[in-house]
Design a protein around this ligand. Sequence first.
Ligand SMILES: Cc1cc2nc3c(=O)[nH]c(=O)nc-3n(C[C@H](O)[C@H](O)[C@H](O)COP(=O)(O)O)c2cc1C
Length: 210
Amino acid sequence: MSDLKKNWVGEKMDISNQERSVLKKIIASRRSIFPKQFTGDTIPDQIIAELLDLAHMAPNHKNTMPWRYFVYSGKSLRALLDFKKEFYLKKTPADMVKKTKLQAFEDRKEQASHIIAIVNHKNESVNLLKWEELAAVSCSVQNICLSLHSYGIGGYWSTGNLAGSQEIRDYLNLSDNEEFMGFLYLGVPVAGAAEVNREPIGNRVKWMNK
Ligand SMILES: Cc1cc2nc3c(=O)[nH]c(=O)nc-3n(C[C@H](O)[C@H](O)[C@H](O)COP(=O)(O)O)c2cc1C
């Protein structure tokens, strides 16, 4: 086997075929799982901490590690959902308010184990494009999404209408260099997720090899 070939089958990193196929399986079978599909059981904080350790391994330019996570559970999770409900009531004309939507905020208190607020913390002392740090935070979130799937935890990334609002900035007490990027809802799933149904990547890729 050539040296090049050796690199590409992971031998230099001591990753076996079996381990690689596990990784492929995790990536290919990850799906968003929504609170309605959670049992309401609690995930140990220790597991959440492990997910966050893996989030911290994401690539980032100039080592700024721009991700910040605020983890809500128990009382603080219920207070967060009350705040979300108040925001919905404030922004929605009275005749448009849906009872089902109001009930969903209450249901989520029972369904979700943890809610993690995702924040981009821009490092002002380093000259980076803004999107580089947003991209790094997104990589970090994807580490969480893949890891939680491997633990059998359900979750999804929710931005909703709070994203971009002053209200959520105030709630999280963000500085001028910080930006809210949504919530991760985490819970114990009732069942496995449906199969991923994606058309082949072909027409989204151009091979510039001629
Ligand atoms: C940045 C981002 C924001 C999202 N915000 C929402 C949201 O506000 N509400 C929602 O239902 N899903 C949201 N999603 C989840 C997507 O709907 C979901 O990833 C998409 O349907 C693909 O499904 P999959 O994750 O199962 O592959 C968001 C996903 C991303 C990456």
